[in-house]
Ligand binder design. Structure first.
Ligand code: 4NP
Length: 171
């Protein structure tokens, strides 16, 4: 008999989170990088699958915007994601689909394959606990302060989201 034949632990299904913005080069890849960092910090990386996408596919294949990469790097986040357009299948597959603003939110609801999948779409700003914000604003046409503000919101919301997933009884 091979060793451990009857003792192979069944692999637990990972919790999957998809962050979504418009271009997938500023807000959502930053959210992805921050959440990857956070789950690693808490020793949870093996239990999570985290990715990001955009509702607009014009930047597909691009690295995140250099201004966002620089601002994130100053806080210790390395952003190496390549932009991709969100698909209906992705909305079906992921456990949490997290929209940065209302435009993203309604676009995602529209492409959700089933009403059940639509219920998985949520708003990033709803998980902020220190900042009061209705959405994570698009920093693309903003100055450096816009990128810093977005990172502040994303750090706050990522902590809130991870705590909500890990401790659902506190919701
Ligand atoms: P993001 O920002 O949605 O946070 O990635 C944008 C990036 C690019 C464009 C719009 C928003 N664009 O129109 O090219």
């Amino acid at each position: 008999m091979r060793k451990n034949e009857y003792h192979t632990p069944r692999e637990e299904k990972k919790i999957s989170i998809l962050f979504v913005c418009l271009g997938n080069i500023c807000r959502s890849p930053a959210a992805e990088g921050i959440m990857q960092h956070l789950v690693k910090q808490r020793g949870l990386e093996a239990r999570y699958h985290i990715d990001s996408a955009g509702t607009y596919g014009g930047h597909a294949g691009d690295l995140p915007d250099r201004r966002m990469r620089a601002a994130a790097a100053r806080r210790g986040y390395l952003l190496e994601h390549r932009a991709q357009r969100v698909t209906s299948d992705m909305v079906g597959e992921y456990d949490y689909i997290v929209a940065m603003d209302d435009h993203n939110y309604y676009d995602l609801c529209e492409i959700a394959p089933t009403p059940e999948d639509e219920k998985k779409v949520c708003r990033m700003a709803d998980y902020c606990r220190h900042y009061t914000a209705s959405h994570v604003p698009d920093p693309y046409y903003e100055g450096a302060d816009g990128f810093e503000y977005v990172l502040n919101l994303l750090e706050d919301a990522c902590e809130g989201l991870l705590d909500a997933i890990e401790n659902p009884q506190h919701d």
